[in-house]
Design a protein around this ligand. Structure first.
Ligand code: ADP
Length: 320
């Protein structure tokens, strides 16, 4: 292993920079040259590669987003685009690629490995929706961001006796919604993994809780569940409590990565370089029970992470 490339791909997540830094510095420590691919897989396709040095990754550990930029690259999903990426790697003598991204990026890494370029994937996504991995880079920061934002909403909804209906990211995964919901003590948490009954899980809950003297409410809704404006209207009609919808949107992706994400990213980046050095390829770096490990990408893509129903039920029990 003489030269490798590092790629940040798909949706950005806070902590990606810390992972890039760890990859670059761990590789240089091992005497391996590193290129940074600009804008995800597009950098490989269009030969936009930056030579990375110890100093190109200075002062990025605390920055959100990704200094390498990221992209969704439809071209990479075509055979022609994939071949161009392979050609770029061959031209530069790149004998390994480390990709930081979500499951879409993992599929790209699998396909690139199949064409002779060994790849290692690192899970970077705020959704925490990678089956083989307890926690993904960016998830902790995003959870903290949601909590901070909802705490602010709580101040105003408490002052006005309102109900705040807050949409958080997660089209297919409710981890962010559930754990942020637990941390803010949400009255109801609605996630795509669990079917809900509007009357039972929202209206009746609010009415029961109101009887105990509580006059403001927070409902956390994962993006995949439905439109919060409509939900807020329905809540107001059904309960008489003034309800306001807030869509947190992309603020959840940005911001300074938490210490936890920086540490996870640093450990995973370092681990990925050592996998390549050991001659491994088509692996996903993961963390299970606080221990780093790795899985075959295809197996990892098939693994499902069962939703934590105990935590979900617990939240309902104590958030009254
Ligand atoms: P994420 O990595 O956050 O899940 P995407 O799903 O957008 O984000 O995937 C990122 C990139 O990975 C895509 O733009 C594409 O280039 C590549 N990719 C996604 N799905 C596939 C696939 N099925 N096969 C090959 N490459 C893929």
């Amino acid at each position: 292993m003489k030269k490798i490339a590092v790629v940040t791909s798909g949706g950005d997540a806070p902590g990606m920079n810390a992972a890039v830094r760890a990859v670059v510095r761990s590789a240089l420590h091992e005497g391996i040259e590193v290129f940074g691919s600009v804008r995800g897989y597009n950098g490989l396709i269009h030969d936009e590669l930056i030579p990375m040095t110890l100093r190109t990754v200075s002062d990025i550990i605390h920055r959100g987003g990704t200094v390498l930029y990221t992209a969704r690259s439809p071209e990479f999903r075509t055979e022609e685009g994939m071949q161009k990426a392979v050609d770029t790697c061959r031209r530069h003598g790149i004998d390994g690629v480390i990709v930081i991204g979500g499951d879409g990026s993992f599929r790209g890494a699998r396909d690139l490995t199949a064409r002779g370029i060994p790849c290692i994937a690192i899970p970077g996504t705020i959704d925490n929706d990678i089956g083989c991995c307890d926690e993904t880079i960016g998830y902790d920061t995003a959870t903290n961001t949601v909590v901070e934002m909802v705490d602010r909403l709580r101040d105003t909804s408490q002052s006005h006796d309102r109900c705040s209906v807050v949409e958080v990211m997660g089209r297919h995964a409710g981890w962010l919604a559930m754990n942020a919901g637990i941390a803010v003590g949400a009255t109801s948490i609605l996630v795509p993994e669990v079917e809900y009954d509007f009357q039972r899980d929202v209206v009746e809950r609010m009415k029961e809780i109101a009887k105990t003297g509580k006059q403001h409410f927070i409902i956390i809704v994962a993006e995949g569940v439905g439109h919060v404006d409509e939900l807020a209207k329905k809540i107001e009609e059904a309960t008489g409590v003034e309800a306001r919808a807030t869509v947190l949107g992309h603020v959840q992706r940005g911001g300074t990565p938490s210490a936890r994400d920086r540490i996870l990213a640093s450990r995973m980046g370092h681990y990925a370089v050592h996998l390549l050095e050991e001659g491994k390829s088509e692996r996903v770096v993961a963390i299970r029970n606080s221990v780093l490990c790795d899985y075959d990408i295809t197996e990892a893509l098939e693994m499902k992470k069962p939703f934590d129903m105990d935590a979900f039920r617990m939240a309902a029990e104590i958030s009254i």
